[in-house]
Design a binder for this molecule. Structure first.
Ligand code: HAM
Length: 431
């Protein structure tokens, strides 16, 4: 394989002029964040390995098998970030933000994450996540609001091929009791478990529950449930959240096998799964939940937190046939004006008009070096220009240009000094 002209397996090139999907989703995500009062956080692409071992968990699949690890020239163990919740918490602690900011801190991020997984449709080794974190929240409503935020990402596309799954995975003490019971229960079925699950049995039996193959086995489905060990407070807490869902008419399914693959979660967790056949193997579009002990584990004070992340590459696959998304993509390439000098000797004149338009916020493109009007029009069509400004010797002498409306096909002669006001009027803008 030619490694100079082929990208690494499980990565993608995004060339927005040909496919603006990722850019569009990033813009939607930023607009939604603004509406919800979330501000962007940018952290390094690589972090100390220990951060993820401590937070995501040493027995999680991410830490055990999927991290891109390396040592720098000073032999420090580093990793390309596999997710960003841990980075956000690290940043909050390092910059003392719990003291400096009003709580809850609401922050969002967009960027590439790295996991060494087997690539397939909707699963890559470098993938883009949009995630939000609400840090220092003391209300159930913050949790419900976060879920509504996650759902709104699908609702803007009128995408309804999904199911919202939720679960109560309780606090640490209850989980400890549950894990002991699961170990005892699964050891009776040890030989029926896959080699991977047998290894998990001792270290992290929760992972057996969400294993793609073992998770479907009858005895796994009948394994002890956390609700058998939950305290009254934990049950009431979860009920309060589902009551708000009911009041807000949000449809959900309680899935008691939903444990999430990262160790920092507690109490309320959720996933939004696509039901479309486009994402058969990888249906989870959005995953999140509470992580009330993570900041403490990393050395700060105990702080209630909740968040979610959405896989943008996976969402792009899910939206393949979505009409709203298709329309947005069509509208993406849309320059206001293409300038068409009849001969290349007028290129300098074209450049002056173009500069004047851009100074007035009108986007303009010129295909320099051509003497053929036909070429200018082809170019205008490709760039989806709304108007073409044409001129030759005669127009320059008369201080005018011809402006053709690409939609109506009508052409008008406009005085040079009136081009901007004419276009503003046509574009429906105010001067
Ligand atoms: P996660 O479930 O590991 O959670 O990932 C969230 C989403 O990222 C998934 O639902 C999926 O859409 C996308 N994703 C994950 N792995 C891949 C992959 N290999 N290829 C393509 N997309 C992928 C987290 O990362 C948590 N940090 C979410 C969170 C934020 N929880 C609280 N706050």
């Amino acid at each position: 394989m030619l490694t100079t002209t082929t990208k690494p397996r499980g990565t993608s090139d995004y060339f927005y002029q040909l496919d603006p999907s990722l850019d569009l989703l990033i813009n939607f995500a930023k607009n939604l964040s603004r509406l919800n009062g979330y501000y962007e956080i940018v952290t390094p692409i690589f972090e100390h390995k220990e951060l993820f071992v401590r937070s995501v968990g040493s027995t999680s699949d991410i830490v055990e098998k999927e991290m891109y690890e390396f040592v720098d020239k000073n032999n420090r163990p580093l990793v390309l970030r596999p997710e960003m919740t841990a980075s956000v918490c690290r940043c909050i602690i390092e910059n003392n933000l719990l003291m400096k900011m009003a709580l809850p801190i609401k922050t969002f991020y967009i960027g590439p994450m790295f996991r060494y997984e087997r690539p397939q449709s909707g699963r890559s080794r470098q993938f883009y996540q949009f995630g939000v974190e609400c840090i220092g929240s003391n209300s159930y409503f913050d949790i419900v609001e976060i879920v509504i935020f996650a759902l709104s990402f699908l609702q803007i596309f009128h995408y309804n091929e999904y199911v919202l799954k939720i679960n109560n995975i309780c606090g640490c003490e209850t989980r400890k009791k549950w894990i002991t019971a699961l170990k005892k229960y699964f050891s009776k079925y040890k030989e029926k478990l896959s080699i991977d699950s047998q290894k998990r049995l001792d270290k992290n039996p929760l992972r057996i529950l969400d294993d793609k193959i073992d998770g479907e086995k009858d005895f796994v489905k009948k394994a002890p449930k956390i609700t058998n060990f939950a305290t009254k407070d934990e049950i009431d807490y979860f009920k309060k959240i589902t009551d708000i869902f009911d009041q807000q008419k949000i449809k959900y399914v309680i899935d008691d096998t939903l444990v999430r693959g990262l160790d920092y979660y507690c109490n309320f967790v959720f996933e939004i799964e696509s039901t479309s056949s486009l994402l058969k193997g990888q249906p989870t579009l959005i995953g999140g939940g509470q992580y009330n002990t993570l900041l403490k584990k990393l050395g700060s004070e105990s702080t209630n937190c909740v968040g979610f992340a959405i896989g943008l590459d996976r969402l792009i696959v899910a939206l393949t046939n979505n009409e709203i998304f298709k329309k947005q993509k069509e509208m993406y390439l849309n320059v206001d004006v293409v300038i068409a000098p009849l001969e290349s000797k007028f290129d300098s004149y074209a450049l002056s008009i173009s500069n004047c338009l851009k100074q007035n916020a009108i986007s303009s493109l010129t295909k320099f070096g051509t003497n053929k009007l036909e070429k200018h029009f082809k170019y205008a069509q490709k760039q989806k220009a709304k108007f073409v400004i044409i001129f030759g010797e005669k127009e320059i002498k008369e201080n005018v240009v011809l402006i053709k409306d690409q939609k109506t096909r009508q052409q008008e002669k406009i005085e040079l000094k009136n081009i901007v006001s004419y276009l503003y009027n046509k574009l429906g803008w105010k001067k």
